[in-house]
Design a protein around this ligand. Structure first.
Ligand code: ADP
Length: 625
């Protein structure tokens, strides 16, 4: 007797002690293993011409009530002694994965079923399990036997045909659990229908059907029953059924089974296209973005089937990066030997991918136009992905995505599209104004936002790091350039206001020099309300971008990216009065106060102060004064 590997043992313990209330899923897991095993053999037969037909394959389930056993058999690829040992002795070793690796160089093939509680779930309902298997092309068969935690044994056995037969000795019934139910025709039928209906090979169970028999004298007829194999699953993959046959519930259930989500999807799209290219596609937008989405481990892609046979689990060529959160599958006619490289070049697939991308955008646009609330729900979950999509690839996809993004409008107090913004613009407005900040609230409070609002214009709030980078690529919408409210000349003040006295000019020059070249310019402003000073930026890099750059890991030798800053002083603030006085009475103090004001403006912007100690001591000194 061999013992299980540690990690397998742990899972096994969980299964035996049945933390799962949903014990019946064992059947789905076993059937899906059978189907994988048949897929493997079918695939082999297609690529090596071994003369097997699709119709030759089947999965059979047989209950023996007297022996209290349930047997699940398939005529798939089977397992050698070594494979029994490797695949069932340790859970971490997934045979599906190993098969994939072996074939990677030749063909890229994925097999469904790399997920789930897997084979060990059988111990939720069985006290002993025998796996009798004969690998295709081998002479000898073997049996793997285990009663759970103690370990398992593999020995030679007799089996005529290739494939695998799993015999489960059911646990004794208890008050809570009626394991014998799993031997009933109706129960099995229900479970197969529920979990395994789209398995593409027939799943058969025995059913008793009435049969008439004649008595010896040939006269009296008596009704008896005979057992017949009955195929339970409809086999037609769900995406091949016509839409009118399917309910939302069907789509949702399929989604959860297929893509391992516990929630219903946000929406589904089902395409059955016939014409120059024929394909079927089933596309799902999940409710929530996958957690690993922005990590390097995330793999996007749609499942790719050729005539109902899975040939690639994550075909990334079928879905653009910005729709990477979308799940789905495509079924079309392809050579089964298609490899990663050929997928990229396949014209038919490229066309399908482009159709799907367009369809998704169209549906989203329609939702945006007709059902705002629902689109907002979508946007709250995936807006960031769309914005990152605009930014990626140097803005190459901006035209496709710019009408789908929304930003919060300060004036309208809701999310708006660029189109909404532009159509609400007063005639004299030249720019689309936006402000960046950590929250809508902080943006609303910014003096610069107020300035634009006072001029009668609206401001879009950009609160995600990527926002402004994306906007730089969009650059303009409907001929209106975007402008950050902190941009130096965002709102050129009237000439009247720009007229300043010689004295003011000298003071501003003095302040600029006092700040050791940290700012490009010092200006007077009348639009700052109660704020004494405010920081603006000129040129390509905004203050918000400087912050983002600063938070990113720096490569060796890279220089800090800085915004060209402009310090605006509120001409109507008392502080400016004081500065004027100091200019003629105490220039040393004015120098120090200039420093404090700049640091203060930086703090409001969320920028770091280089010399915090100096700031604190200067503030204290001038308060004490
Ligand atoms: P998974 O299917 O996720 O790989 P399982 O624990 O369900 O994990 O199964 C482990 C492995 O055992 C499978 O990957 C497969 O190689 C092998 N296996 C299980 N059932 C069968 C079967 N009916 N025929 C052939 N191989 C099987």
């Amino acid at each position: 007797m061999k013992s299980f590997k540690t990690e397998s043992k742990r899972i096994l313990d969980l299964m035996i002690n049945s933390i799962y209330t949903n014990k019946e899923i064992f059947l789905r897991e076993l059937i899906s293993n059978c189907s994988d095993a048949i897929d493997k053999l079918y695939y082999k037969s297609l690529s090596e011409n071994i003369g097997l037909n699709r119709g030759d394959f089947e999965i059979k389930i047989y209950a023996d009530k007297e022996a209290r056993t349930l047997t699940i058999s398939d005529n798939g690829i089977g397992m050698t002694a070594e494979e029994l040992e490797n695949n069932l002795g340790t859970i971490a070793k997934s045979g599906s994965l190993a098969f994939k690796k072996d074939n990677e160089k030749k063909e890229d093939i994925d097999i469904i079923g790399q997920f789930g509680v897997g084979f060990y779930s059988v111990f939720m309902i069985g006290e002993k399990v025998e796996v009798l298997s004969k690998a295709y092309g081998e002479k000898k068969a073997n049996v793997w036997v285990s009663s759970g935690a103690e370990g398992y044994e593999v020995k030679e056995a007799e089996k005529e045909t290739y494939g695998t037969e799993i015999k489960i000795y059911l646990k004794a019934d208890s008050e809570d659990d009626r394991y014998s139910e799993f031997m009933e025709y109706y129960k099995l039928r229900e479970l197969i229908k529920r979990y395994s209906d789209y398995i593409r090979y027939p799943i058969k169970i025995e059913n008793e059907v009435p049969a008439s028999a004649e008595t010896a004298d040939g006269e009296e007829k008596k009704i008896t029953t005979v057992k017949e194999w009955e195929t339970i699953n409809s086999m037609v993959p769900m995406w091949r059924k016509s839409k009118s046959e399917l309910t939302d519930e069907d789509y949702n259930k399929f989604y959860k089974d297929m893509f391992y989500d516990f929630q219903d999807p946000f929406m589904h799209m089902h395409y059955q296209v016939e014409g120059l290219i024929d394909y079927k596609a089933l596309i799902y937008i999940p409710k929530k973005c996958p957690e690993a989405y922005f990590s390097k481990y995330f793999e996007r892609g749609l499942k790719l089937y050729s005539n109902g046979v899975l040939i690639m689990d994550k075909c990334k060529e079928l879905i653009p990066e910005y729709f990477g959160f979308i799940h789905g599958l495509v079924d079309c006619e392809l050579s089964l030997n298609i490899s990663r490289e050929t997928v990229q070049q396949d014209r038919q697939l490229r066309k399908i991918a482009s159709n799907i991308e367009k369809q998704i955008r169209k549906e989203l646009q329609e939702m945006l136009d007709n059902d705002r609330a629902r689109y907002e729900e979508f946007y709250n979950n995936f807006g960031l992905q769309l914005k990152v999509g605009i930014y990626n690839n140097w803005g190459m996809d901006k035209d496709k995505l710019q009408d789908l993004v929304m930003f919060y409008s300060v004036k309208q107090d809701k999310l708006v599209t660029f189109k909404d913004y532009v159509s609400a613009m007063p005639e004299d407005q030249k720019f689309i104004y936006y402000a960046t900040g950590s929250s809508i609230l902080s943006i609303k409070k910014m003096p610069k936002t107020e300035k634009i609002l006072n001029a009668g214009y609206d401001v879009l709030c950009m609160t995600d790091n990527v926002d402004e980078f994306a906007i730089k690529y969009v650059a303009e919408y409907d001929g209106k350039p975007f402008k950050n409210v902190t941009d130096g000349d965002s709102l050129a003040e009237t000439k009247e206001e720009n007229k300043i006295s010689e004295e003011d000019k000298n003071i501003l020059e003095f302040v600029k020099n006092a700040l050791d070249g940290e700012v490009l310019e010092v200006r007077l402003s009348k639009n700052l309300g109660s704020h004494p000073v405010c920081l603006m930026a000129e040129g390509e890099v905004s203050i918000e971008m400087e912050k983002v750059f600063k938070s990113m890991p720096k490569t060796d030798g890279a220089q800090d990216v800085r915004a060209k800053k402009i310090l605006e002083i509120n001409a109507e603030h008392k502080i400016y009065e004081k500065m004027k006085n100091l200019y003629s009475s105490n220039q040393d103090d004015l120098k120090e106060i200039s420093r404090v004001l700049l640091d203060q403006a930086k703090l409001i912007e969320g920028l770091e102060i280089e010399d915090m100690e100096q700031f604190v001591s200067l503030v204290s000194k001038h308060i004490a004064n």
